[in-house]
Design a protein around this ligand. Structure first.
Ligand code: NAD
Length: 338
């Protein structure tokens, strides 16, 4: 049984999800829907992805640009077993009606409010919650990054309280209208930030407070984390625990990786597609413990950490693999894990 997947919205997240689906032995990418025939549309055609017009009135633009379209988005939705909606925040919620009309299950992204779907999803933390669900939301890049750390800590030690400061990139590399260009913004200025409640869509009983800032960078987010555990721990034990997590990369001392820039270079040098870093990158040296208080720094590649999660969400919805097998298959086919 091949799961027939359509991707609606082909930007930063959508193009990565499409490539990831294409790499799966149990999935078939049946098409991608785009609003305009820009450079990404041309690359999609070169990759052999059937192209659908996301906005019917704009279909003639594709022909003018020399792109043959396979149809309009509603045809893609009708044909797909599942749609991965990767449209900008807020558009996904508007699209839900289209998916419902065609009885096509859908996955939404973290820019949508949690009520867009029945379940908010992070593979490591709550894979089984998405079993047989028709509408699932893969949580945001930051929530994914926090969840991947909280899940093993919660299982191993129990977590009393999480406090996290999120130093957020101003925009993705192509988003030239975003900023700040030269400033340091408390953002959102309201404390605690909305990120904590978002993490609680995955861990309802967790105590968590988050603060956000925005800085002039496009590479990655960096989190400063303080987790109060239920028992005294040692740094070495926590490190061993995190090293055992496939989607967490504990950066060893001695590599000279002292920031997000070198992490991205590392990924590019390794020949990873688009320089993607699907794993949380925790600086090993930063893992510090004071009694029950754990501290660490981690970098999160906002453009790619949610990609393996989307693939696992598809398998959970169709109940074709259990959590471990799905995550292993995803990681092996994409090359996740250092
Ligand atoms: P993006 O702007 O890069 O891509 C969105 C794409 O959807 C664009 O190509 C746009 O033209 C297209 N689009 C717009 N309206 C559409 C419509 N009606 N139908 C079909 N396509 C339409 O955005 P993105 O960064 O890929 O974000 C997509 C979602 O993923 C958002 O919910 C966002 O919050 C979430 N997300 C983004 C990041 C990130 O850092 N980029 C990380 C995690 C989650």
């Amino acid at each position: 049984f091949m799961i027939r997947v359509g991707v609606n919205g082909y930007g930063t997240i959508g193009k990565r999800v499409a490539d990831a689906v294409e790499a799966q032995p149990d999935m078939e990418l049946i098409g991608v829907a785009k609003t305009q025939p820009n450079f990404e549309a041309h690359t999609a055609v070169e990759r052999g992805y059937p192209m659908y017009a996301a906005i019917p009135e704009r279909s003639p633009l594709f022909a003018e640009a020399g792109i043959d379209i396979a149809g309009e988005v509603d045809e893609l939705v009708a044909e797909a077993d599942v749609i991965v909606d990767c449209t900008p925040s807020g558009i996904g919620a508007q699209n839900r009606e289209l998916y419902e009309t065609h009885h096509t299950p859908a996955i939404f992204q973290g820019g949508e409010d949690s009520d867009v779907a029945d379940v908010s999803f992070n593979a490591r933390s709550n894979f089984d919650a998405a079993r047989d669900a028709d509408y699932v939301r893969v949580v945001s890049c930051n929530t994914t990054g926090l969840s991947r750390i909280i899940a093993p800590l919660e299982e191993e030690y129990g977590v009393d309280k999480v406090r996290a400061t999120l130093v957020r990139r101003g925009g993705d590399p192509g988003q030239n209208s975003r900023g700040p260009i030269n400033d340091i913004l408390p953002n959102p200025i309201k404390v605690p930030s909305h990120h904590g409640p978002d993490v609680k869509t995955i861990f309802p009983d967790l105590e968590i407070d988050t603060l956000g800032l925005k800085v002039p960078a496009t590479l990655m987010h960096v989190h400063a984390l303080n987790v109060t555990l239920e028992d005294d721990v040692t740094g070495a034990h926590v490190r061993q625990l995190l090293e055992g997590e496939d989607r967490v990369y504990v950066i060893p001392e001695g590599l000279g990786i002292d920031g997000a820039g070198k992490l991205k270079d590392f990924a590019l040098d390794a020949g990873r597609p688009r320089g993607d870093m699907w794993e949380n990158c925790v600086w090993g040296e930063s893992i510090g413990v004071n009694g029950r208080d754990l501290y660490l720094f981690q970098a999160i590649h906002q453009e790619s950490d949610v990609i393996p999660e989307n693939i696992d969400a598809i398998r959970a919805m169709f109940d074709t693999e259990d959590k471990r097998d799905s995550m292993e298959l995803t990681d092996r086919t994409l090359g996740v894990g250092i």
